[in-house]
Design a protein around this ligand. Structure first.
Ligand SMILES: NC(=O)c1ccc[n+]([C@@H]2O[C@H](COP(=O)([O-])OP(=O)(O)OC[C@H]3O[C@@H](n4cnc5c(N)ncnc54)[C@H](O)[C@@H]3O)[C@@H](O)[C@H]2O)c1
Length: 211
């Protein structure tokens, strides 16, 4: 398979594997077997090996995969060469929490600007990031070469915010509002809603789930 067209689920798992591998290294564990990695992610070893085969990595040694080497291979697949800049729109409770949590976690992805309309928030540094008024969005996006945006503004603003972001040249959107968005084909959209995740858990609890 073309490495440029990997399935979305594979990309999600590669990101999760890398997080686990980084945790392994922090704990001084330098090698990991496919079945161990699989166990930590509640999937089968076959799935792990299939994912790694898709990215052209199959060198499990006697001691297991070399964590450092695999982190680099995954990074070469999912990271941008020089990194990508990210903006957050809506610096309320969620926007601030995301910015504080995320920044510094991944060297190739940085939240470099935030936007809001509240006069008490604009022209200030919030969670370590400059917060600008929405009026400045096109300029700031261009000046800082920002290609990804996180929308954490109120639901009734989501469509308008998305339109402004697309017009400013944003290529990827992570939408946290409850309003599903429609974006042009050349913009990658990911929607995330905690309530959907909770309802999924609740459904399986209701069914008396057992693996
Ligand atoms: N996906 C999830 O799991 C999840 C979890 C919590 C909240 N949310 C959603 O995230 C959003 C933010 O929630 P919150 O609790 O942080 O709300 P909040 O009220 O604390 O923050 C919203 C922020 O957006 C700003 N804002 C208002 N209009 C704007 C506009 N037109 N452009 C830019 N900024 C604007 C406000 O000034 C405020 O700072 C809501 O849409 C909420 O439904 C999603």
């Amino acid at each position: 398979m073309d490495k440029a067209n990997l399935p979305e689920k594979t990309i999600e798992r590669l990101s999760e594997y890398r997080r686990t591998l980084l945790n392994c290294l922090t704990r001084g564990k330098t090698h990991i077997y496919s079945h161990e990695l699989a166990g930590l992610h509640n999937i089968t070893a076959v799935q792990v090996r299939r994912d790694l085969m898709l990215i052209g990595y199959s060198s499990m040694k006697k001691k297991g995969y070399d964590a450092q080497e695999l982190i680099k291979v995954i990074g070469d697949i999912i990271d941008h060469k020089v990194g990508l800049n990210v903006a957050v729109v809506g610096m309320g409770n969620l926007g601030r929490a995301i910015t504080t949590y995320f920044n510094g976690k991944r060297p190739k992805l940085n939240i470099v600007a935030a936007f809001d309309v509240d006069p008490n928030k604009v022209n200030r540094v919030i969670s370590g990031v400059n917060c600008y008024h929405m009026k400045e969005l096109p300029d700031v996006i261009k000046r800082n070469d920002i290609s990804i945006a996180i929308i954490s503004s109120p639901p009734d603003t989501a469509n308008q915010v998305a339109e402004q972001l697309v017009a400013a040249g944003i290529k990827g959107i992570l939408n946290f509002t409850t309003i599903p968005l429609v974006v042009p084909e050349n913009v990658y959209l990911e929607e995330y809603d905690m309530i959907t995740s909770m309802e999924k858990v609740a459904y399986f609890v209701k069914q008396g789930y057992s693996r």
